[in-house]
Design a protein around this ligand. Sequence first.
Ligand code: EZ4
Ligand code: CO
Length: 402
Amino acid sequence: MSTIERAEVFVASPGRNFVTLRITTSDGVTGLGDATLNGRELAVASYLRDHVVPLLIGRDPARIEDIWQFLYRGAYWRRGPVTMTAIAAVDVALWDIKGRVAGLPVYQLLGGRSRDAVMVYAHASGTDVPSLLDDVAKFRDLGYQAIRAQTGVPGLGGSYGVRKGEVYEPANSNLPDEQPWSTEAYLDFAPTYLRAVREKFGSAFHLLHDVHHRLTPIEAARFGKSVEDLRLFWMEDPTPAENQEAFRLIRQHTTTPIATGEILNSIWDVKDLITEQLIDYVRTTVVHAGGITHLRRIFDLAALYQVRTGSHGATDLSPISLAAAVHVDLTVPNFGIQEYMPHVEQTMQVFRTNVTLENGMLDLSDEPGLGVEYDEKAAERYPYDPKYLPVARRLDGSVHDW
Ligand code: EZ4
Ligand code: CO
C-alpha cells in the first residue's frame, strides 16, 4: 500500500501571498493543495505544519473521505476559516494524487463533464462612471459574457472592488488601510452607475454587483428593489451572512437574485440559506470550505433547492484553487458562474496550470490530477510579504464591515 510520506507547507509571495501544501506518497506521487487565507496566511501554515502534517504521515492517501472526517471531527474544535482552509488543502492535494495515480483529470473522478466549459465573470471597475464604462467596454471586447461593475463612492476615497492598475489587490498594506464608508452615499450612487452600464451596453452580457457585506437587511432590500429592472445576475453579499435570518427580510422585498458564501466555510454555515431558499447562488469555494469533498456536498444540497453555484475566485485564491474550482464546476449539474480574476505573471511562473480562457469560458486539458505544477525554486525568489486587508470606518469613526 502506498502511504503519505511527506507533507510540506510553502509560504511565498509571487505577486501576492500564497500558502501551498504539497503531499508526497511512498510511491513518489505528489499532490498540491491551496491553503491561502488572505491576511491570515501564517495561521493556516502553522495549523498545517504543527497540527495536521503529523497526522497524515503513514496514512493511505486514497482514503480521502476518511482523512477528511478524521481532520474535521478529530479536531473537536470544528469549522471556521483557519481549520476549513487547512482541511481543504489536504483534501485537494489528495484528489490531485488520486487523479495522478489513476491517470485521469480530477473532473473525470467526479463523474465527468456536465458542460463543455465554465462561464466566468470579469471585474470592471473605475473611480467614476466614465472610467467604469470604459472598463466594462474593455471586458466586453475581450469576450466576457458576464461582468461585475464596481466604483468607489465619489468623495469617499478607497473602496472595495476598485482596481488600481492592472490587478485588483485589496490586501495592500503592512497594517490595515482604514477606509471611510458611507452607506447613504453608496445607496444613492451605486444604482446610478449600474443603470449607466445597462443604458450604454443594453443586455448583451450578465451584470453583477458586489455589496461586500455593507448593508443592513432593510437597506439591502431597498437596494435590490431599486435595481430590479436592471436584471442583475446577482447582488452579492448584501449583508454580513452570519446573520442568516437577514436574508428572509431581503427576500420579502425584492426579486433581485442574491449570492453569498465567499467567507462561509461549511455546509452548516449555508444550510438555512439553502434549505429556506433565501439565496440563489452559493459562493463557497474549494479552498475556504473544506476542499472538493465538502464543496460537492454543499453543491449537492444546493441542487435540491435550485440554488446554483457561483464560487469565489479572486486572486487571493491560488491557481491551484482556480484549477480545482474548474474541475468541480465542469461536473456539477447546478453550476451557475465562476468568479475569475487573472493572476499576475510572477504567480503564473510559480504555479503552472493548464487552465485556458476563451470567450469568457474557462476549460482545462486532460492532464492527470488537477493539472497544476508548483515550482518551488521559482517560489524561493518571492519571500512572504505580510499584508492586511483594509478595515472600513463610518464617517463618525466607528468600525463597519469591510
Ligand atoms: O474582497 O477575496 O467577490 N470577491 C471579493 C473579493 C474579496 C477578497 C478578500 O480577500 O469580494 O475580492
Ligand atoms: Co465578494
